[in-house]
Structure formats: C-alpha cells, structure tokens
Design a binder for this molecule. Sequence first.
Ligand SMILES: [Fe+2]
Length: 273
Amino acid sequence: MSYLKLPILNETGFAIVDSYDQQADPREWDDLIYVDWKSSGDTRFAPLASAYGDIECDGFWNHTPPKTDKDGVWVPENVAIAPILTERARAFDTNIGRCRVIELQPNSYTDAIYNLHRDDNNRLNPEGTGWIVRAFFNLTDDAESVMLLREVKDDPSTETLVPLPAGAQVVIDTQRLYHSVWHRGDKPRYCLITSVESAPGLDSWISARNPKVHADSPALDADFITASQAEAEARHAARAAALLAQGKDPRFGDGTMAMSEDDEYGQEVMSEA
Ligand SMILES: [Fe+2]
C-alpha cells in the first residue's frame, strides 16, 4: 500500500502555475490575527484553518485527539477578515489541512540554506489515501526573493530557485524536497500556505493553470554559493555541537541535521513563509 500522488509532481516535485492577479485584491493579510511561533519572535502565522478552529499553528498531530494534516477547521475570526484568501484555499475543491498566512522577515542566502528542511506533512496519514503536499501563494511582491528547492540538502547542484513575485502560485511536495525561502526585501513577506491532499480536485486545479515543472531560476555566482553553503554548514555544525553538549542528539535517523520536532517546526517557520 502506498499513497495516491499526482503524476504532474513526479519529475521535479513541484509545479508552478499561472500567477493570480494579486494587484486586484486588497491586503487582507494586514488585518489578520497573527500568533508568534513559540520562541521565534521573527516569524508569525495567521491561521485560516487549524486543527480544531482555534487561533494557533501547532501541528495537527500535537492535538487531542491527534490527526493528520487534513480536515482543517476554519478559524472564524480570520475567515471573517479574509474572505478572498479563504475562497482561494477552498478553490482546490480538495481536503485541506493547515491553511495560514505566514509573515517572514528578510534574511540571507546563507540563512535560507541553513533553514532547508523537509516537512512532515504525512504523519498519521493513512496509506491508500492522498499524499499531502503544500500550496504556496505569494501575496506581497517579492520579485527578488526565491524559494530554494533541493533534492539533496547539502548539494547546491540539485537546487532550483523559484521567483516569488506577487501572485506566484506553486504546489510543492515539501516532504520530498528540501525547501526554504531567501527573502531579499526590506519589508516582511506574506504568503498563504495550505496543506492539500493529492486528489482529483487538486489535479484539476493545477491542470487548469498551465503548470510548469521547471523554474526560470536566477543565476547565482558560483563563489557566492560555495561560501554561503560553507557558512550554513558551519552554523549547523556549531548547533550540533551545542546540542551534544546539552546531551541531545542533533540528528534524525536519516542522518539529516535536525533537532526536536518543535525545532524542526520552528525552523520551518523561519524559512518558508
Ligand atoms: Fe516547510
């Protein structure tokens, strides 16, 4: 038994579709109710759908009863403030889980490399059902910013950079691809992130919007990449040493650098908005 997956995502793990006309919409995200993510004061979330409809952003499996990242419950307070964003998430016509606007502060390419991670989207997801992926709708116009996607975490040659102008829409298998955002602006970046089940509704949504499974990535200087990669790896090594000094195991079973579940999630918050 395995999961149902969309063939469109087989080759690269992502699909960029036609941009939404963001200019035509009001900035609903300015008025939403945001919550800080635990220790991170830099990044905030405004949930439109959460595990049980509360204004919080914890993983669905961290609730009682725990559940997989499906059957998100609309958060009445924020849905009332952002009817257009809500309608955009409903348009998948598919089961969705977490749905939230993330606010991300500017960062560096090194930060983004450091923050590369894979999501744990399918925890508790029953085999035989649809694989959970994520949709990213860029709300602010961050044309100089990019989503980093890598098949291999510390191998820049596997990297794709997806530009993030206003209205950019990308569906990504974030449990397959390492990902994070390099936000080069001088103001916060806002993005609507929705967990979506791989199902006919999502397939139709993608197919109707001229999907592309390759990106027009901006070219980066090779020396810049090498230096940034080295600095990010040095930061990870320092963090691992600090965790070991505290008696904590800094690595997951697959050998990737990571931390506690909360840390992973915090790292996600730091990186992918
Ligand atoms: Fe993520």
